[in-house]
Ligand binder design. Structure first.
Ligand SMILES: C[S@@+](CC[C@H](N)C(=O)[O-])C[C@H]1O[C@@H](n2cnc3c(N)ncnc32)[C@H](O)[C@@H]1O
Length: 282
């Protein structure tokens, strides 16, 4: 059974959960999801204890709001907003009125409702931290499928400890062998709207990659298992050091077998292919 997060989060790993489950260890004491995003990996990984982090505190605020309410309270709130503001996949005017209302009175559950009706379901803010994603005309709405996903999701995150730190500030000192850290950062050589540095959060560059690899090396030195998702090659551009780092340290490079709609990593033509990897130290 593979669960789906109710976020349709950009960069989510839903399509490769089965591959990740094959790669991840079976016996996890504490699972740390350093870049949890919409939580697709988080809800599909078994562990005794779970810690999930993302620097995008808007997303974490929504996740924590879900945690603190019953599913009936959450659904009542969402349904009430949809009815009272006449939100739908065609009513652009209602969307923009509700967006204005949210920016004047921000609260996490309203943000979730807004994201459900937004272009590509993105959490996009301007530098003043005002939500500025446009309407998801004819596509985005709170579908029956999202409702079902939300109902299971809320149960699955009940006991997760959420934090909203830059990954460099996470306190990993208490981890032991038996624990497992998953890192799914923005990919430096592809583009995601969360790593362009224009959304109120600083961008993701090779410097961040270097800091992350140093943290993973430190975990390795302490006997703690990790897995890192990344892209080593994208449309003719190679990541300058991730594969080399993995080879030098003797880590394992997995090539998950997945099909993309737009970018097929198996393509022989280097100009079109994307090579997505999962690097583990076990
Ligand atoms: C590829 S997405 C993770 C997707 C997630 N695994 C999922 O399945 O939904 C990368 C995430 O890294 C977060 N991020 C970017 N810079 C960060 C930083 N410096 N510290 C922590 N998180 C960061 C972004 O907000 C984004 O949610």
């Amino acid at each position: 059974m593979i669960y789906k997060s109710p976020f349709n989060y950009i960069g989510n790993k839903h399509r490769m959960i089965a591959c990740l489950q094959d790669i991840f260890p079976q016996d996890i004491n504490t699972f740390v999801d350093m870049f949890c995003g919409g939580g697709d990996v988080l809800i599909n990984t078994n562990a005794k204890t779970k810690i999930a982090n993302d620097v995008n505190y808007h997303v974490i605020d929504v996740l924590q709001a879900f945690q603190n309410l019953t599913i009936d309270e959450i659904l009542d709130h969402i349904d009430g907003r949809i009815t009272n503001w006449a939100l739908s996949k065609t009513n652009a005017e209602a969307f923009y009125q509700f967006r204005r209302h949210y920016n004047e009175n921000p609260n996490p559950l309203d943000l979730y409702v807004l994201v459900c009706h937004s272009f590509n379901y993105q959490f996009r803010f301007n530098s003043q931290h005002e939500y500025n994603n446009p309407f998801g005309k004819n596509r985005s709405y709170f579908s029956t499928r999202m409702r079902e996903n939300l109902i299971s999701f809320v149960e699955l995150i009940r006991n997760v400890m959420f934090t909203k730190n830059d990954f460099r500030l996470m306190d990993l000192a208490a981890l032991h062998p038996g624990d497992f850290v998953y890192a799914d950062p923005p990919y430096t050589i592809t583009c995601g709207s969360y790593n362009d540095g224009k959304r109120g959060f600083s961008g993701w560059t090779l410097n961040e990659d270097e800091s992350l690899l140093a943290i993973l090396d430190n975990l390795n030195d302490r006997g703690i298992r990790f897995a890192l998702s990344n892209v080593t090659e994208h449309k003719g551009t190679r990541h300058p050091f991730i594969s080399e780092w993995a080879q030098e340290k003797g880590y394992t490079i997995h090539l998950p077998n997945i099909n993309y709609n737009n970018c097929n990593y198996q393509s022989r033509n280097r100009l079109y292919r994307t090579v997505e990897v999962v690097i583990t130290n076990y």
